[in-house]
Each structure stands twice: as C-alpha cells, then as structure tokens.
Design a protein around this ligand. Structure first.
Ligand SMILES: NC(=O)c1ccc[n+]([C@@H]2O[C@H](COP(=O)([O-])OP(=O)(O)OC[C@H]3O[C@@H](n4cnc5c(N)ncnc54)[C@H](O)[C@@H]3O)[C@@H](O)[C@H]2O)c1
Length: 435
C-alpha cells in the first residue's frame, strides 16, 4: 500500500524562532546553494540515496527524487528573535561564516528581519533583549505569533509552512498538571502559569495552525501530552528534541559499535569548550541542566545496562560544558572512554573533536523542514519517531524507550520513506541471494 502524498507544489515558509548561529548558518547555506555557490554537504534530503528492492536490482535513487520534497528554490525564511538585527548582521555576530561566504547573499540576508519575540528572561537567564512582544498573558502572546505567521503567509503567497525552534536552551522544567491535557494547558496559558515556557508558546501557535513543529533545543517545548493532543486534533507532525551534533553524534556512532562487539564500557568522560552565545546561555546552571539531561540519556539507552549488567552496569558517564569565549562557535570536545575486553583487560580511547557546531546543525534544520513538510502532506500527525535520527533526545510514544542508535535510526527513517511510497521494506536478511 502507498500513501496519498500531495506534491510539494508552491512555496514553503520556514519559520525559525531564534535567529542565532544555527538559524543564520542554515539560511545562508540554503541561499548560497541556490546560487550554486556550495554543495549541500551533510544533508540527507539533498545528497542521500535510498536503496529500493534487492541489491541486484541496482535501484538507488536520490531521496529527493524518490519522494516529493520542497526544492531549495521554494523556501522562504522568517523568524523571531529578542535582538532586532537582520540575519546578515546576526550571522556576522555569530562568527560561524566568514565575510567572503556571506558577501554574495548579503542583500537577501539583510531583508530577513526578525519579528519581536515571545520571551521571558526567567527561562533564559543569561540573555536580555528588548525586541519582545507585550501581552497580558501567554494566550495573547500566542495569538500575536499566529498573526505574524498568517501575515508572513499572505505576504509571500506561501502554500505551506513548517517551524523549527532554533532559540536558546531554556531552563530545566518538569512536566506538571498544566502539561497533561490541552484544556489544562490553555487554562495555564491564560493564567500565566510559570510551568509554561516561551518555546511552548511558539509550539502551541504552530500546532494550533496545523504547522509542523520541530524542536532543536533540549527544553520540553512540544514534548508534553497537551501539545500532543493538539497535534492529533490539528493533524500536525511534531519532532524533537535537541539537534544531534558534535560530541553526542560521535557517541551515537561509537557506542553502538562497542555494544555490537560486546565490549564493556565502565567510564565515559566528556568535556567541551564552547564560546558562542549558546555556550554563554549554557553557562547558567539551569539551562545546562536541560542540556545535561539530554546529553546523558544517550548512552544508557544504547547500552541497555539492565540487559548487559556485566558490561555496562558500572558505567560512569560525565558531561561537562565550559564557556570559553575565545573559541566562538568552534567548539572543541574531549572524550575519554574506558573500555573493557576479553578477561576484563582495560583499554582506553581518546577523542579530540575540533568541530563547528552550527556547520553540523544547519543541514539538520534543512532536512527537518523538508521531511516534516513531507509528513504533513502524507497526512502523518503527532510524534514523528522516524526523525529520531536528527535528535539527542528523540521524542517517542510514552510507553516506549527512545531509539538512540544512529544506524537503527537511519534504517527507520529510510524504511518510513519506502513505506510511504509502497516499496518493500529492507530487512537486510539477504538469504534469497543464496537460494
Ligand atoms: N549548534 C549546535 O550544534 C546545536 C546542537 C544542538 C542543539 N542546539 C541548540 O540550538 C539552539 C540554537 O543554537 P545556536 O548556537 O544558534 O544559539 P544562539 O545563541 O546563537 O541562537 C539562539 C537565538 O535564540 C534567540 N532566542 C532566545 N530565546 C528566544 C525566544 N524566546 N524567542 C526568539 N528568539 C529567542 C537568542 O536571542 C539567539 O539569537 C540552542 O538551544 C542550542 O542549544 C545547537
């Protein structure tokens, strides 16, 4: 069976709350690629292929030729920030891309100016911005966001939109009664309940309008039963949380390898230096706690210590992020991994990753925007677990544990695309080649 998927005709609006390092690097990349000035390296939707049928069939089209995806030429960018700078100025300030890269797209980037944000400093303690909306309560602010979105759609004649949260990491919040049902959530919005954070207001506004929503940061945002209920009602796909880049990407590449070969791991110490605004925000212990929870969850679920107590029962896992301004966006991370082999003999592995955070995150924003739009056109709704591939803390149904293994995540993503198009799923059994 194949799904009825509407073609990706017309323009796709990409709404970005938070026009900082990641968002501006993403926009700049798309604009440069449109002009043929760069290749979409790191993007599965642009560069990846998908095998169909048997290995002997030799059918491996590009993903973008297999499923109908919006083209880069049809993307229109809009967003909000607590600072009024246009995206060219914001990109220059973020310092990820050099002047030479930005020069040919300067005019287009200057034309993208943030709308005033929904913001409250109690949720991101290290930031103070004046470019913010005023309203009597969260509900009124959500209505103002919806107005921005509708004006943007009219102004650019957009046929569809998606939203990807690229705003700062908010403080750690637990789910409360206010998050349990849509009715309670809407009441809490009207009462200005402190358990509702600004990122939830953006998620609410998008989902209420049926606009797919992805969360690139670890804060709860759309990850609660109330917004899941709204997503089911408005038939809206949702994905999150926390873009999988840098050190955690390395973890989800290596850890499945150790586990496959049944090598024990009793220590994994990870430290980072990071000097961009994200690093400054994460220097606040409450925002760091949100990030720490997200980063720590990965190994436990890959190693499954309850199934392999002798290999992973004693694992000591520590993650540190240190704000170090001289490095800007060029994060450096060090990992020391203590592993155990045959007869309990210890070994250790050191990783020193000199990475560029936003360079790794930008193609994820692009893929999420295009795949969420595909999901919407395919009438998928609620949590899109097949997009776990992109996240450190993948959202999944409440009675499931999340899948963190990058390779299982990729298989799941590609099988979902095959399933949507009525192609045979690939199990890698392969016995038929030897019959
Ligand atoms: N760069 C990566 O590799 C990576 C990986 C995983 C997650 N993330 C997350 O992605 C997010 C963006 O990262 P970044 O490096 O671009 O950070 P950044 O600090 O450069 O950009 C975030 C922007 O969001 C704005 N902002 C904060 N609260 C807002 C609100 N309520 N409404 C609108 N704008 C708001 C800030 O003013 C800032 O300009 C962060 O939460 C970060 O933790 C980044």
């Amino acid at each position: 069976m194949s799904y009825k998927i509407e073609d990706a005709n017309g323009k796709l609006g990409v709404l970005l709350p938070g026009l900082g390092a990641v968002a501006t690097t993403f926009i700049a990349g798309c604009l440069a690629m449109r002009k043929g000035l760069a290749e979409p390296i790191g993007s599965l939707t642009q560069t990846g292929t998908i095998r169909l049928g048997k290995r002997t069939d030799k059918r491996s089209p590009k993903i973008r030729d297999f499923v109908s995806l919006a083209s880069l030429d049809d993307l229109v960018f809009g967003g909000w920030d607590i600072f009024p700078e246009n995206t060219y100025e914001a990109a220059m300030k973020a310092g990820v891309l050099d002047k030479e890269t930005l020069e040919p797209i300067k005019e287009e980037m200057e034309a993208i100016k943030p709308w005033p944000a929904v913001f409250d400093q109690n949720y991101v303690k290290r930031l103070h911005g004046e470019h913010v909306k005023k309203g009597a309560n969260w509900m009124e602010l959500a209505e103002q966001l919806m107005e921005d979105i509708q004006n943007f759609q009219k102004e650019h004649g957009l046929s569809r939109m998606v939203m990807v949260w690229c705003g700062s990491t908010e403080i750690f919040l637990e789910k409360t009664e206010a998050h349990k049902s849509l009715a309670a959530f809407e009441k809490a919005m009207k009462d200005n309940d402190p358990s509702i954070a600004p990122s939830m207001i953006y998620a609410y506004a998008a989902i209420k309008l049926g606009i797919p929503y992805a969360n690139g940061a670890p804060n709860l945002s759309a990850d609660c039963p109330a917004l899941d209920e709204l997503a089911m009602e408005t038939r809206t796909p949702v994905a999150g949380k926390d873009f999988k880049t840098g050190q955690t990407l390395m973890k989800t590449i290596l850890a499945p390898g150790f586990k496959s070969r049944l090598l024990g791991v009793n220590g994994w110490f990870s430290t980072n230096i990071l000097g961009n605004r994200d690093g400054e925000v994460l220097d606040d212990p409450d925002s760091f706690k949100t990030k720490e929870e997200s980063k720590l969850s990965v190994l436990g679920s890959i190693f499954q210590p309850h199934l392999y107590p002798e290999l992973y029962g004693e694992l000591y896992h520590k993650v540190r992020i240190n704000y170090y301004p001289p490095r800007g966006d060029n994060k450096e991370s060090w990992d020391n991994i203590d592993i155990v082999g045959w007869l309990g003999y210890p070994m250790s592995i050191k990783i020193n990753f000199l990475c560029r955070d936003s360079i790794l995150a930008a193609p994820i924003v692009l893929d999420l925007a295009l795949f969420l739009d595909l999901a919407k056109r395919s009438e998928m709704r609620g949590i899109q677990e097949w997009l776990s591939f992109y996240f450190k803390s993948p959202m999944c149904a409440p009675d499931l544990y999340p899948e963190h293994d990058l390779f299982i995540q990729l298989m799941k993503l590609k099988n979902t695309l095959r399933h949507l198009k009525g192609e045979e799923l690939i199990t890698h059994l392969g016995l038929e080649y030897y019959d």
